[in-house]
Structure formats: C-alpha cells, structure tokens
Design a protein around this ligand. Structure first.
Ligand SMILES: Cc1cc2nc3c(=O)[nH]c(=O)nc-3n(C[C@H](O)[C@H](O)[C@H](O)COP(=O)(O)O)c2cc1C
Length: 352
C-alpha cells in the first residue's frame, strides 16, 4: 500500500490518499457564498490529481466566521454556490469534501492581507461581531468573547445540523469538523480556554461533553453512508494544556460517536503555541491515534514525494497537503512521478 492506493470510508472511495488540506481563501462574496475565485482555485487542484479536495473552513452561522469573507453554509444561496463548486471538483475527478468551522474566540478578525498577516479584531461598529466561546478568555489580539449560555449551545447545535444537511444537499461526499487550531471545539476541550464551572467544564469528561454534542448534531444532519472526519490537535504542547493521553481518549469517544477518521493538526490555541518545524510533524502522532481504533490523517510540512512514502502507511492512512498545493496545483501529479501519461488529465497528454 502507498499514498496512491484508494481508501474506502463508509460508501465513499477516495482514489488516493493525498488530499488538499482545507485552506481559507477569504474570498467569499461577503454573504458567505463561493465566488469564481473558489471555482478556479478548487477546480485547478481537483485537476491536479489529489484524491480529495477539502474545501476551506466554512462557517455554520454568521457569528461563527473568522472573517466577513469566510464561506458559509446557513442559507440556500450558499448551498447553491457550494453545489457549483462540488460539480467542478467532481467533474475534473476528485472527491468533494467540506470543512465546517465554528471559530469561537478566534472569530471576527480581518482578512490576512489587510493587516500584514497578523490577526486583528474587527469590532461590531466596523462590521464585526462579538465572538462566543466556552469562557470569556480572549485569544491575544482579539476581542474578549462572551461566555456561551445553554441557549447559545442549543442554537449552535441546530446550526451544525442545518449546515451538515446543506453540505449533503450541495453534494459533498465527506464532511470534516474543524476541531483543532484553537477553534470552539478545541477551546471546549482545552483547560487553557475552558474555565467553565457548569456541566461543560471541569475534567476532560466534562470538557468533552459539548464537543460530543457537536458531533452528534452533525451526524444527525449527515447521511449514514457518508464519512465524517474531525480535525483534532494531537496535544497542546503548552504547560497545563491537552496531552496526547487526553487526545487519544477524545479520539476513542469520537470513534464511538460516528466519526470515521481523525485529521491531526496541532497548535494555534494561543498565538505563541507550536510552529511546525519538521516534516510530518503531525503525522508522527498517527500511530498513537491508530491504537485508539481510528483511521488517521495529518497535515504539516509535506513538500516532497518522499514525505508521502514515509507517512503512508507507516504513520497515517492519508496525508493532507496544504502550502505545497497553494504553490503548485499539480504538486500531487508531480509527486506521483513515474507514469505521467497515465496520471495527468488526458487533455494534457500532448505535453509529454
Ligand atoms: C492560507 C492558509 C489557510 C488555512 N486555512 C485553514 C482552514 O480553513 N482550516 C484548517 O483546518 N486549516 C487551515 N490551514 C492549515 C492547513 O490546512 C494545514 O494544516 C497547514 O498549512 C499545515 O500543512 P502544510 O505544511 O502542508 O501547509 C490554513 C493554512 C494556510 C496556509
């Protein structure tokens, strides 16, 4: 088995295990609807031989966006826009998937190119909104969030279920919940962001309670025959934060809650936490999570074909590739190497 071997998850066959990692384009039309940029960007990567195109973090509600230019899935206009995207991705030969996001305290900031790459809060008077989070503990540089009430929680679970139904109706074949990188799911899990004293805070079992509700809500809006993936940190790597023992416990619970795979992506709970420094950083945690009975994928500093050989099957079942595919939509075809005529689109065969 190699990274180019198909993978079956529920009723979906992924033609290979090299997948486009979800990457925000901050290019929605302001109402969360995909634009022609998304069609061109995802279409090119789908033609570039990845087995799955994971469309970027797509918000389940307006106040759960990171920025005003995020994609959304809470109304019919957005579902129609996503349907166009799905058709392009599937037509050129990849499996269309979408990541649903709930930004939590990392909500309401500007797009990266407006502020030299750093996140800065956009207040309500400038078109932003107040973030909601497990506790009123801010992410440095962003607004102090409002602590979620049980009413907020009920509303969010409805938003998740509706977004999952929308993703299904748009034609997506795989759904991922963004549970990592300091977004709301991760904030509930981590004792560094969750200071609650009610039933949603306390020890790991209690901190897991709302995240598991989120998964249940998604599963009830997403058909049984389609796979559900959760992007998770493997650990916080911060004093007092989540450990690998905590996270394998979480993964095991996800496995019994209808989740088919965990996608490991550590860091970013706080600005100074972990910058990726070594190839396959997250994939190296893969074997720990396999023993929790889950299928595993990971992203992080995969820039060479040799990294794919090292990762699959030794470390993980599949690899998400991010920045290498931003630089070059045909990265996967080049990494595959040996038989260009077979693997490149037939429209391009005369190039060889
Ligand atoms: C421009 C950009 C946008 C990103 N947006 C998302 C996102 O929407 N959801 C997510 O889970 N990760 C996001 N990430 C993280 C990537 O999916 C990936 O995990 C990370 O870049 C590490 O993989 P790489 O070294 O192959 O790029 C983003 C990364 C970049 C560079």
């Amino acid at each position: 088995m190699t990274a180019w071997t198909p993978l079956h998850l529920r009723d979906v066959t992924l033609p290979n295990r090299v997948w486009l990692s979800p990457m925000c384009q901050y290019s929605a039309d302001g109402d969360g609807v995909p634009t022609d940029w998304h069609l061109a960007h995802y279409g090119a990567r789908a033609a570039g031989g990845v087995g799955m195109v994971m469309v970027e973090c797509t918000a389940v509600a307006p106040d759960m966006r990171t920025t005003a230019r995020d994609l959304g899935l809470w109304n019919e206009q957005q579902v129609a826009g996503h349907r166009r995207l799905v058709e392009v991705i599937a037509t050129v030969g990849s499996v269309p998937a979408v990541q649903l996001g709930v930004a939590g305290r990392k909500s309401s900031h500007g797009v990266p190119w407006d502020n030299a790459g750093t996140r800065s809060a956009v207040p309500p008077r400038e078109g932003g909104w107040q973030p909601l989070a497990p506790s009123a503990v801010p992410f440095a540089g962003l607004a102090v969030p409002r602590e979620m009430s049980t009413t907020d929680g009920t509303r969010l679970l409805e938003d998740l279920e509706r977004a999952a139904r929308g993703a299904h109706r748009a034609g997506y074949r795989l759904l991922e919940l963004h549970g990592a990188n300091g977004y709301l799911f991760h904030e509930f899990l981590s004792p560094l962001a969750n200071r609650r004293t009610d039933g949603w805070g306390g020890d790991l079992q209690d901190r897991m309670r709302f995240p598991l509700e989120m998964v249940r809500a998604l599963r009830s809006g997403w058909p049984e025959d389609k796979p559900l993936v959760v992007r998770l940190p493997a650990e916080d790597l911060l004093e007092g934060g989540l450990t690998t023992d905590d996270m394998t416990t979480v993964a095991t619970r996800l496995g019994t809650s209808g989740v088919d795979m965990v996608d490991l992506s550590s860091g970013a709970l706080v600005p100074e936490s972990l910058r990726l420094t070594a190839p396959l950083h997250n994939a190296r945690y893969g074997p720990l999570f396999r023993t929790a009975g889950m299928r595993t994928a990971a992203s992080g500093l995969v820039f060479e074909a040799a990294h794919l050989d090292e990762a699959v099957p030794g470390l993980v079942d599949a690899v998400f590739v991010g920045r290498a595919l931003l630089r070059d939509p045909y990265w996967a075809l080049r990494a595959r190497g040996s038989d260009p005529i077979e693997s490149w689109p037939r429209q391009y065969h005369r190039a060889f």
